[in-house]
Design a protein. Structure first.
Length: 85
C-alpha cells in the first residue's frame, strides 16, 4: 500500500471562508496600523540585515521608520517626492 493512499480518500477543502451565525471568518485580520498600506520587502545578506537593525537601534527608531527614511532619500535622488510615513 502506498503511503499516500489515504490522501485519495481525504475530502477536499474549500477555499471559501466559512460562515458561523452570519459572520464570515477570515484568516487574515489586519491590525489598524496596516490598513491602507502595502508591504515592500527584499532579501538581503545577514550582514546587511544586522547593519540595518543596528542602525535603527542606535537611532532609537523602528526598522520600518529607518527603511521609510532610506526610501525617501532614494525617491529624492531620482526626482520623486518623498512620501514616507
Amino acid at each position: 500500500m502506498s503511503r499516500f493512499a489515504k490522501l485519495a480518500d481525504k475530502p477536499k477543502e474549500t477555499a471559501e471562508p466559512r460562515a458561523i451565525a452570519g459572520e464570515v471568518i477570515t484568516s487574515a485580520v489586519l491590525p489598524p496600523s496596516r490598513i491602507g498600506r502595502k508591504a515592500v520587502s527584499g532579501y538581503f545578506s545577514p550582514e546587511m540585515s544586522l547593519a540595518l537593525h543596528t542602525c535603527a537601534r542606535r537611532g532609537g527608531i523602528s526598522l520600518q521608520a529607518l527603511m521609510a527614511e532610506a526610501f525617501d532619500d532614494v525617491l529624492r535622488k531620482y526626482g520623486e517626492s518623498p512620501i514616507g510615513r
